[in-house]
Design a binder for this molecule. Structure first.
Ligand code: GDP
Length: 440
């Protein structure tokens, strides 16, 4: 996410690094580079110009404070300004009403239906809500099928009426059903088109008028850059939506849409989509995003993701096993699954300060654990429970079965042994204290 932009900003900062103070000349030069970086990231021209003018003015104004280096000062200024550019503060959904009606709009392929599923999953698991999804696309039966499949996958009911071709009526029927069944959120997935189209706009306006939604979320594909911003403007003029959802930020996007949308339509980005899985949805935090763009990492989000996947009961059981030195390959496999659920590996690595930049050329795919998983899966149930059983001949067999080689199996066995030793020590307060004392 935003690797190119981060890279270029980093290069622009180099002009100032090593310089003792901020001068008219070195700031002008840096700003030129920053503006170029923003334009390359497909940020709207006017936005980029206003942005760099603001930062330059502030940098010159703060010149008297020479206690920090110009590079540090500029990083801080950029962080503040990027945060402001993306909306300043986090904008939460208004979920007070029961049922809360949420209308989803956008062009075909933007990721509306996927987001509808993700949002329902998010509201159910993070906000303890009971959502109902409404399939309101009367043109594409496949869209109804898609929503029903997602609903089943995440355990959330879907209202559809394949007999009707009236989106207003279907939306109202959906809301009535929600009231009857005690669903406190209704998410209406509307029909899109390939491009802006008058009939589509009128249709959504009618659904809006008939349902009085509390939130209207406009979903847009961040890969489309400036087009995303233009489409947002047209939708906003007609619908006066309450927030934007930027999808596909996990892809090769240049990031321009995230940086320009707020200043063009003056509506907050509320969520970002970072993958095809139902868990790949993040609440948008302007400050955290700014610090990621500047290569400063995002530890807060990383910890939150870990907490979301954290299962207290499971953790307590694991603790017990560790204390008894019973941690086995089943537990190890379970831990890997938990890490994988935290999301796209490259994305996670990018949240660690300083590491994102270092690792940008290293391929950390979602299959980072594939080899390890294959090895564990090739063990018998007995071996998984009693790792000490795994002698040389068993290792040969496991290597063959998993399509890896004996060295890989040996390496995993060694890592597993080391890990068990450390875990055992950590679960023993006396040993832990001794270890700490030995530290420099
Ligand atoms: P709709 O026509 O607007 O309903 O779009 P869909 O929800 O059907 O999504 C279109 C395609 O984009 C599908 O293949 C989705 O899996 C994919 N997609 C949606 N959101 C994301 C995302 O955040 N990241 C990635 N990589 N793919 C996404």
């Amino acid at each position: 996410m935003f690797e190119n932009l981060s890279d270029k900003l980093d290069r622009a900062f180099k002009v100032l690094k090593g310089q003792g103070s901020i001068t008219e000349i070195n700031v002008a030069e840096t700003m030129k580079e920053i503006r170029k970086a923003l334009l390359d990231a497909d940020v709207n021209y006017k936005t980029a110009k206003t942005f760099t003018d603001d930062v330059r003015q502030k940098a010159m104004g703060e010149n008297v404070l020479t206690t920090i280096s110009p590079g540090q000062l500029l990083t801080k200024l950029m962080n503040d300004e990027l945060t402001a550019l993306m909306g300043g503060t986090t904008s939460e959904l208004d979920l007070k009403a029961s049922p809360t009606i949420i209308l989803i709009a956008g062009l075909n392929g933007a990721g509306k239906t996927t987001f509808t599923g993700k949002l329902a999953h998010f509201l159910k698991t993070q906000k303890s809500k009971k959502p109902l999804l409404v399939a309101d696309d009367v043109y594409r039966p496949a869209a109804i099928d898609q929503l029903e499949v997602l609903g089943q996958q995440i355990g959330i009911p879907v209202y559809a009426n394949r007999e009707s071709n009236d989106p207003v009526a279907i939306a109202k029927e959906g809301i009535a059903q929600a009231k009857q069944n005690g669903n406190n959120v209704v998410i209406i997935d509307t029909a899109g088109r390939l491009a802006i189209d008058e009939a589509m706009m009128v249709e959504i306006e009618n659904v809006k008028a008939a349902t009085n939604p509390h939130e209207i979320l406009f979903v847009v594909d961040s890969m489309t850059g400036q087009d995303a911003v233009n489409t947002a403007k047209v939708f906003n003029d007609r619908l006066d939506f309450t927030g934007v959802v930027l999808t596909k930020l996990d892809g090769d996007t240049r990031g321009g849409a995230a940086l320009s949308i707020k200043s063009v339509v003056n509506k907050p980005i509320k969520f970002i989509g970072t993958g095809e899985k139902m868990e790949a949805l993040d609440v948008f935090h302007p400050d955290r995003m700014a610090s990621r763009i500047l290569g400063m990492g995002d530890v807060v989000s990383l910890v939150e993701r870990a907490q979301q996947q954290f299962d207290e009961k499971q953790a307590a059981e694991l603790q017990k096993k560790i204390r008894k030195n019973k941690f086995d390959f089943n537990d190890f496999y379970g831990q890997i699954q938990q890490i994988k659920k935290m999301g796209n590996m490259k994305d996670l690595v990018g949240m660690i300060p300083g590491v994102g930049k270092m690792m940008k050329d290293v391929e950390v795919g979602d299959d980072a654990f594939k080899g390890i998983e294959a090895i564990i899966q090739s063990m018998t149930a007995k071996e998984k429970e009693n790792p000490d059983l795994i002698n040389q001949s068993r290792r040969q067999r496991i290597a063959k079965g998993s399509g890896t080689d004996i060295n890989e199996v040996n390496r995993l066995m060694k890592q597993f042994d080391d890990m068990r030793k450390v875990m055992k020590q950590m679960s023993n307060p006396a040993a832990m204290a001794q270890m700490m004392r030995r530290m420099p």
